[in-house]
Design a protein around this ligand. Structure first.
Ligand SMILES: [Zn+2]
Length: 633
C-alpha cells in the first residue's frame, strides 16, 4: 500500500509563502530538480473554484514552446480546458519573460529563454468551471470536495513521449480534507502532499479525489490493494450498505478470475457523490474518476441508475488502458487520436462492465436484463441507422460526445457503447455455441487482456489482432462477422446475441423497473415505442422518432406538451390518455408550446403503452444467464 489517507494538519499558507517554500525545497534537492519538472499546486481555494500552481521546467537558453494538454486520454477528444487556463506568468534567471500564444495552435505558448537560465518558472491558475458537461472539464468542485485533474494546470515542453518526462508534483488541499489518488505519496509536511516522481503520462492519468466527507473502504485482502474511496457533499451520503460493499469486493474477485492478471500496483475507485459536479466516469490505469448523484448509495432508485459506472471504469484498467487501440495510444497530449476502434475499447468495456455488474451482484439478473432490453429496444428504433453505420459513430466520437440530445434517434450518438454490448453478447453466445460451451468470450479476455501481472503497462492492438485472438478461441469468419455489424445501414439492431442466448425483446404495457427508474431518478418519460417520442417529466420533448405517430403529426424536439386531451400535462395524464385512446376511434389531442406559440396536434394512435422486456424463449438453452453467472464462489 503506497498511498495514505490522512487529515492535513497545517493551516493555509498564502500563495507567496508557498512559492518561496517551494523554491527552498528545490534548492535542497538539486539532483532531481535538474531532471524533473517540479509542479506545485495550491488547491486550498478549490471551494471557490480557483487553483494556483507554480512549475519549474528545466530549459536551455533560446526559443522554447510549451504545451497545454489538449487530447485527454479516456475522453477520446480534444477536450483539454485551455479556456479556463489563466494567470500565466513566466520568469527565468529572476527576470519576467514575455510569452506569445501560437496563432494557430491555441494550446502552444512560445517564450525565449535568456542566456544564463537553466530553467523557466511558470505561475498559473485554473478557473474551475461550474457547467455540468464536458467530463473533467466540467464542474469538479463543491464546498466539500474536489476532483483534481493535473492536466488542468501544467505546461510541458516538446517530448518524444510523455513517458519520458518526469514530474515531481505536490498538492496543497483545504485544511482537514482527506484524499486518494492512483499516485504514490512520498511524504506530507506542512500541509503539503509530495508525490513520488511520476512520468507526465502517469501524472495526467492520476487525478486526486479530496474532500471533507471522505471514507476509504478496502476491497481486497491481498496485494495489490484495491480501495473504494468516497467523497460526498454530506456525511449521510457515505453510508454504503454492507451488501454494496460485499458486491464491490466480489467485483474485484470476479475481475481477477476473468482476466487472470492485473496491471496496477494498487487501485483506487475515486467515487464522488455530489449533485453539483458533472456526472460521468473516467478510466485510469490505477484508479477511476466516477461521479454520481449524491444519494446514489442511500437511495435504491439512484443506485440502480448510477452504480454500473464502477464495474465499467474498473474493467477499463484492462480494456482500454493496458490494451489500447494503436490510434488511441498517442505519444503526447497534442497529437490527434484515432477513435475508430472504440467499438472494442468502449464497446467491450460496456459489455464486460455490465456482465461484471451482474456477476458481482451490483445488479441483479433482472436488472441486467431490464437494462439490456431497454438498450436493445432503443437501438432497434433508431432511424439514424439507415444513414450512419456504427463505424461512423466511433470515427466521429470526438464530435458525438458533445452532440445535443434532440434528434438523437436521427443523428445517432456514441452508440458504440450500447451497440458494443449487443455485438459482444452476439460474439460471446456464438463462441459458446460453436464450442459446445467449452469456451466463451471470457477466454478471449484472458488471452487478450491478461498477460503478465505488474505495474501499469500499455500494449497496443489493431483490428487484425482482435480477429486473430477471436480465431484462437473459436475458429470462425470473425472479420466478416465484425465488419457486417460495423458497416451495415440496416434498420434493425444486432439482436442475434439475445436470441441465441435464449431470450427475445417483447413489448407490453407494463413499465420495467428500469423505465420506472429513468422517470423517478432522471425525470425521463419513455414513449419511444408507442407515440414515438421521449419527454422529460415537465413535458419537454427531447426526441421524436421518424416513422412514428408523433413524427407524422409534425411534433419535434424542443416543443413542450402543455395538455393532453384537454387536461394539463403530467406523465400520468399522458399515460391515461394512451390507455383511453386504445378503445376509441378519435385521435389524441396534444396542446403544445413551440417557442412561445401554442398549437394543437392530433395523434392517430390506439396501440396503448409499449415498453420493452426480455422474455425467455424456452426452445433454446439459456446462454444469456450463463454469460452473467459468477466465475467465483
Ligand atoms: Zn468507458
Amino acid at each position: 500500500m503506497k498511498r495514505r489517507v490522512a487529515p492535513l494538519l497545517l493551516s493555509v499558507f498564502s500563495f507567496l509563502v508557498l512559492a518561496l517554500a517551494q523554491g527552498q525545497t528545490a534548492l535542497a534537492q538539486p539532483a532531481r530538480a535538474a531532471q524533473a519538472v517540479k509542479l506545485s499546486v495550491d488547491a486550498t481555494d478549490a471551494p471557490r473554484k480557483l487553483f494556483r500552481a507554480t512549475e519549474i521546467i528545466p530549459a536551455r537558453p533560446g526559443p522554447l514552446t510549451l504545451y497545454y494538454p489538449q487530447w485527454i486520454p479516456g475522453e477520446h477528444g480534444p477536450t483539454g480546458p485551455v479556456i479556463n487556463f489563466s494567470g500565466l506568468k513566466f520568469t527565468a534567471a529572476g527576470k519576467p519573460l514575455q510569452w506569445r500564444r501560437d496563432a494557430v495552435d491555441m494550446y502552444a505558448f512560445h517564450i525565449e529563454v535568456p542566456q544564463g537560465a537553466t530553467s523557466v518558472e511558470v505561475a498559473m491558475e485554473f478557473l474551475a468551471p461550474t457547467y455540468a458537461g464536458g467530463f473533467t472539464s466540467g464542474s469538479s468542485t463543491t464546498s466539500h470536495l474536489a476532483v483534481f485533474s493535473w492536466n488542468w494546470i501544467l505546461l510541458y515542453p516538446s517530448v518524444s513521449h510523455t513517458d519520458d518526462i518526469m514530474f515531481d508534483a505536490s498538492l496543497r488541499l483545504p485544511a482537514g480534507w482527506r484524499y486518494a489518488t492512483g499516485l504514490t505519496t512520498e511524504r506530507e509536511s506542512r500541509g503539503q502532499i509530495e508525490f513520488a516522481p511520476a512520468s507526465l503520462t502517469m501524472l495526467v492519468d492520476s487525478p486526486v479525489l479530496a474532500g471533507e466527507y471522505f471514507r476509504a473502504i478496502p476491497l481486497s485482502a491481498s496485494k495489490p490493494t484495491v480501495e473504494l474511496d468516497l467523497a460526498a457533499d454530506s456525511a449521510a451520503a457515505l453510508e454504503a450498505s454492507p451488501q454494496f460493499i460485499a458486491a464491490m469486493r466480489k467485483l474485484v474477485e470476479e475481475a481477477k478470475a476473468l482476466f487472470g492478471a492485473h496491471h496496477y500496483d494498487h487501485y483506487n475507485f475515486l467515487f464522488t457523490l455530489s449533485d453539483r459536479v458533472a456526472h460521468f466516469g473516467l478510466e485510469h490505469h490505477q484508479s477511476n474518476d466516477s461521479r454520481v448523484a449524491e444519494r446514489s448509495l442511500i437511495d435504491e432508485t439512484l443506485g440502480r441508475l448510477a452504480l454500473g459506472v464502477l464495474p465499467h471504469e474498473y474493467t477499463h484498467s484492462w480494456i482500454g488502458k493496458y490494451r489500447r487501440p494503436a490510434g488511441l495510444a498517442t505519444s503526447d497530449f497534442q497529437k490527434p487520436m484515432n477513435d475508430e476502434l472504440l467499438w472494442v475499447y468502449e464497446g467491450m468495456t460496456e459489455y464486460y462492465g455490465n456482465v461484471l455488474a451482474a456477476r458481482s451482484g451490483i445488479w441483479t439478473a433482472d436488472e441486467y436484463r431490464d437494462e439490456l432490453a431497454s438498450v436493445a429496444a432503443s437501438l432497434d428504433h433508431r432511424p439514424g441507422r439507415l444513414w450512419r453505420p456504427l463505424i461512423d459513430t466511433t470515427i466521429a466520437a470526438q464530435l458525438l460526445y458533445n452532440a445535443a440530445g434532440e434528434w438523437s434517434a436521427e443523428r445517432r450518438g456514441v452508440d458504440f457503447y450500447d451497440e458494443g454490448w449487443l455485438i459482444w453478447l452476439d460474439a460471446d453466445t456464438l463462441i459458446r455455441q460453436l464450442t459446445n460451451g467449452q469456451r466463451s468470450l471470457d477466454d478471449f479476455c484472458r488471452r487478450f487482456y491478461g498477460g503478465q501481472s505488474g505495474s501499469p503497462a500499455l500494449k497496443t492492438y489493431t483490428f487484425d489482432d482482435v480477429v486473430a485472438t477471436l480465431n484462437e478461441v473459436a475458429p470462425y469468419d470473425w472479420r466478416a462477422f465484425l465488419n457486417q455489424r460495423l458497416y451495415t445501414t440496416d434498420f434493425h439492431a444486432p439482436l442475434g446475441g439475445i436470441e441465441r442466448g435464449g431470450w427475445r425483446v417483447a413489448y407490453d404495457d407494463v413499465r420495467s423497473q428500469h423505465i420506472e427508474d429513468l422517470e423517478d431518478g432522471r425525470e425521463r418519460v419513455e414513449m419511444g415505442y408507442s407515440l414515438g417520442l421521449r419527454l422529460n417529466t415537465e413535458g419537454l420533448i427531447e426526441d421524436v422518432i421518424r416513422g412514428t405517430p408523433a413524427y407524422e403529426s409534425k411534433l419535434g424536439p424542443g416543443m413542450s406538451v402543455v395538455a393532453v386531451d384537454g387536461k394539463a400535462f403530467t406523465p400520468d395524464v399522458l399515460r391515461d390518455a394512451l390507455k383511453a385512446a386504445k378503445s376509441r376511434k378519435e385521435s389524441m389531442r396534444l396542446l403544445v408550446n413551440n417557442e412561445g406559440t401554442l398549437i394543437n396536434y392530433t395523434l392517430d394512435y390506439h396501440g396503448g403503452e409499449q415498453y420493452p422486456h426480455l422474455l425467455r424463449d424456452t426452445s433454446k438453452p439459456d446462454l444469456l444467464s450463463q454469460t452473467i453467472a459468477p466465475l467465483t464462489k
